[in-house]
Design a protein around this ligand. Structure first.
Ligand SMILES: [Fe+2]
Ligand SMILES: [Fe+2]
Length: 451
């Protein structure tokens, strides 16, 4: 006898062919077949099924009404609506609004439906299959991704499987993708860690540049970074903002995976997580700045980015020991005494690293110490300027600024990435003598974003 209770599934209004098709996928579930009628839809089934797969079929009942009635009588069930072109216009959003958990257009989305049903039967629920938008970098025909990818067509709200985990994509498919300007693919949430690992591995290969010339290496690295940043940039204001946020989050995970793949990297991330435990907004600032700084550095052609990534992940940890007011130094007017305290935080960050014996190089300490030095010498703590500040710290300062401008507060970004880049662009165009950020670095970073 199996330990897991059987899933109670109801197939409603499906034609015999479809039922034949679903039976093997729903293996292990207790299945009931019901015809769709106003009567069967109007009363609760007892016991309530965990899963209802329904189709308006030839019942004459509208799919909206079907979704509404089922939801009303089965508030806790997963309701999947199956639709075919011949049944009229496919309106996923409308079906979901009316109560369906999800809707699938067959045969186009049969693979997606199969995966979803498999997840539901395995007890993972419908959320497991949720697709996340991602930018897959440096794709080539002979690469076999170990995760599934889907394409989304907003015009008719269709999601179609593009590639299956483990199979090589083939160059013609990739050319097709590029020809149709598809830069965002969707990956099932349940496989997202594989996507991060792939991206980190690809970035690492681009940093090593095995078997390719330095010029080609830099070009491909730059292209990959532009691809990742494009999605972040395209999101203006509220409408699609969450997709931009998801893409930033995905850049953070890629950079964390990159750091983790180094000797001692995994431990570094875990210990940092323990130090920052619970302080969501501070940790998210560190992770964002690490993502931006690392990608900017890769895009600028740097080969060694591990130390910068680690320094960025740690740069403001020293703020933790200071009062909350000082932690918001950017928004409040500090007294001279408070300012002097605030200016100790780069040193405090390094001190914490040393006390807790983080096994990192002196270079990491140096980058952290210099993250508030300004190109024109107006920064702190040492007021050094220009090339006295190491390149990594100059890049970190730009990333710090970018995150400061775009950080989400109470659900809203202060400035969209689009506006932030425009602001940085204007600043880059100003008199270099007044610059706090390195104008050359700033110009190069701004050029990584679409014009
Ligand atoms: Fe700082
Ligand atoms: Fe910072």
């Amino acid at each position: 006898m199996s330990d897991t209770p059987q899933v109670r599934a109801v197939l409603m209004g499906l034609d015999p062919d479809a039922i034949q098709h679903f039976r093997p996928i729903l293996k292990g579930a207790e299945i009931r077949e019901i015809t769709a009628s106003l009567e069967s839809l109007s009363s609760p089934m007892d016991p309530a099924p965990a899963l209802i797969v329904c189709s308006p079929g030839s019942s004459g009942i509208s799919p909206f009404e079907m979704a509404q009635l089922l939801r009303m009588n089965h508030p806790g069930s997963i309701i999947l609506l199956i639709f075919k072109d011949s049944m009229g216009e496919f309106d996923r959003r409308g079906f979901v609004k009316n109560g369906a958990s999800d809707a699938f257009l067959l045969p186009q989305e049969s693979e997606l439906l199969r995966e979803t049903l498999t997840d539901v039967i395995a007890g993972l629920g419908i959320g497991a299959m949720k697709l996340k938008p991602v930018k897959v970098i440096d794709l080539s025909g002979d690469v076999a991704l170990d995760f599934d990818t889907y394409l989304y067509f907003p015009i008719n709200d269709k999601r179609i499987q593009f590639s299956k985990g483990g199979e090589a994509m083939g160059q013609s498919r990739i050319d097709n993708l590029k020809a149709h300007n598809f830069s965002t693919l969707l990956v099932p949430k349940s496989q997202i860690d594989k996507f991060y690992a792939y991206s980190a591995k690809t970035l690492k290969a681009l940093l090593n540049g095995d078997g390719i010339s330095e010029t080609e290496r830099q070009e491909r690295a730059r292209e990959s970074v532009c691809e990742l940043l494009k999605g972040v940039y395209q999101i203006k204001g509220s409408g699609g903002f969450s997709e931009g946020q998801e893409l930033v989050a995905s850049c953070r995970e890629i950079v964390k995976a990159l750091v983790s793949s180094q000797p001692g990297g995994r431990e570094f991330i875990e210990r940092l997580g323990a130090i920052m435990g619970g302080q969501d907004s501070s940790y998210s600032h560190l992770a964002n700045v690490a993502a931006y700084a690392t990608l900017f550095a890769v895009g600028l052609g740097m080969k060694d980015v591990q130390e910068l990534a680690m320094a960025a992940l740690f740069h403001d940890v020293g703020l933790q020991g200071l009062s909350p007011r000082l932690q918001e130094a950017a928004e409040v007017q500090l007294t001279p005494e408070e300012l002097a305290l605030y200016e100790t935080h780069p040193m405090l960050s390094v001190k914490i690293m040393q006390e807790k014996r983080f096994p990192v190089s002196d270079k990491v300490h140096k980058i952290i110490m210099q993250h508030h030095e300004c190109f024109n010498g107006s920064g702190f703590p040492k007021k050094i300027s220009g090339s006295q500040i190491c390149m990594e710290a100059r890049i970190l300062a730009v990333a710090d600024r970018f995150d400061e401008l775009t950080v989400v507060q109470t659900g809203r970004a202060l400035m969209s990435p689009f506006e932030a880049i425009n602001k940085l662009r204007q600043e880059a165009a100003r008199d270099p003598g007044r610059m706090t950020l390195d104008p050359v670095v700033l110009n190069k970073v701004v050029a990584l974003f679409p014009q």
